[in-house]
Design a protein around this ligand. Structure first.
Ligand SMILES: O=C(O)CCC(=O)C(=O)O
Ligand SMILES: [Fe+2]
Length: 222
């Protein structure tokens, strides 16, 4: 017998998908990465080398062993260091607004910018950025802004070897390049989670990798 699954925030995910898709399509800075399975985009030189350098210092100040909802640092699943950047810092504030503005979404749905650093040997194994709504943590996240729709991520530096963002199902590996912004929709156009967005931060083999990430919820993030 056919069943109808209830997908939390599906309507909002569909609406936000459309809103941002149309905004990005009208922006000549935005480049669409070739794949028909995920809405995946890049912007070159989104941040200047000077901005990236300042952000790297801030990441160093705030980064602690990364935590995940389901599994601890010791599991080896996400061995990078990470932490939220100070949202009251004027540089962070301005960059945060610049990303909101690019996507054309209300600032209230954006999470705090998270900084992340990978030293040699560190990685983030393949995962999806959305919340698994059958897990216990969802009860909290549902009230903290609901499901994640779009992910934005900026590479703050270049890595000597390794540290690519690897979309494992798409077979697309993106090499860190200073100031490049990646954007993807974690949902399908109809608002269901897009399984093809599964991605990893591959192990850094030589050098250090710095990134910032900002996720967008479907409702006011708190
Ligand atoms: O390090 C990367 O390239 C990916 C990071 C990531 O997937 C995340 O922070 O959710
Ligand atoms: Fe991710």
């Amino acid at each position: 017998m056919a069943t109808t699954q209830n997908i939390p925030d599906q309507d909002a995910l569909r609406r936000m998908g459309k809103q941002v898709r149309e905004r990005l399509a009208a922006d000549p800075r935005v480049y669409k990465i070739e794949t028909d399975k995920v809405e995946l985009f890049a912007v070159g030189d989104f941040l200047t080398p000077e901005e990236c350098q300042r952000l790297c210092l801030m990441v160093d100040e705030t980064a602690r062993p990364s935590s995940l909802h389901e599994i601890g640092y010791d599991s080896g699943f996400r061995t990078s260091y990470s932490g939220d950047l100070n949202p009251h810092n004027s540089v962070v504030k301005e960059i945060s607004q610049r990303i909101d503005n690019l996507l054309g979404v209300k600032a209230i749905v954006g999470e705090a910018i998270q900084g992340q650093r990978y030293m040699e040997g560190q990685e983030f194994k393949p995962h999806n950025d959305w919340f698994y709504t059958s897990e216990n943590y969802w009860k909290g996240e549902r009230k903290r802004g609901g499901q994640r729709s779009w992910t934005t991520m900026v590479f703050l530096n270049e890595v000597d070897n390794g540290g690519e963002t690897h979309f494992t199902e798409l077979g697309i590996k993106i090499e860190p390049k200073t100031g490049v912004l990646l954007i993807w929709n974690n949902a399908l156009p109809d608002g269901r989670p897009n399984e093809s967005t599964i991605h990893a931060g591959t192990p850094v083999l030589k050098g250090t990798k710095y990134i910032i990430t900002k996720w967008y919820r479907t409702r006011k993030w708190k």
